[in-house]
Design a protein. Structure first.
Length: 92
C-alpha cells in the first residue's frame, strides 16, 4: 500500500501553498499533491548521469508506467529488450 495520498496533508499542515521545482519523477506523488490543490510549477527528472546502469530496468519500467520524463518513452518491444545484470556479474 502506498501513502502518497496522505502526503499533501503534511504539506498543507506546513503551510505550503505551491511547489516551484519538484525533484521527483513519481507520478503518484505529483498527482496526490496537485489533486489536493498545491500547484507544481516545474518538474525535474533525475539526471541520466545519476542513474546507475544496473537500475535501468527499474527506471525504464517506471517511466513506461507513468513516471515523469522529458526524454523518450520506450515502446513495449524496447522495454522487453532491456536487461539488468546477469547472475555472473555478482560476486558469490
Amino acid at each position: 500500500m502506498r501513502f502518497q495520498a496522505l502526503m499533501p496533508d503534511i504539506l498543507h499542515w506546513l503551510g505550503i501553498k505551491k511547489i516551484d521545482r519538484m525533484l521527483s519523477m513519481s507520478n503518484m506523488k505529483h498527482d496526490a499533491i496537485v489533486g489536493q490543490g498545491i500547484p507544481i510549477h516545474e518538474r525535474v527528472e533525475l539526471p541520466e548521469e545519476l542513474i546507475p546502469a544496473d537500475s535501468r530496468v527499474e527506471i525504464d519500467a517506471k517511466i513506461t508506467a507513468g513516471y515523469f520524463t522529458t526524454g523518450k518513452r520506450m515502446t513495449t518491444e524496447e522495454l522487453q529488450a532491456v536487461q539488468g545484470r546477469i547472475w555472473e556479474d555478482f560476486d558469490h
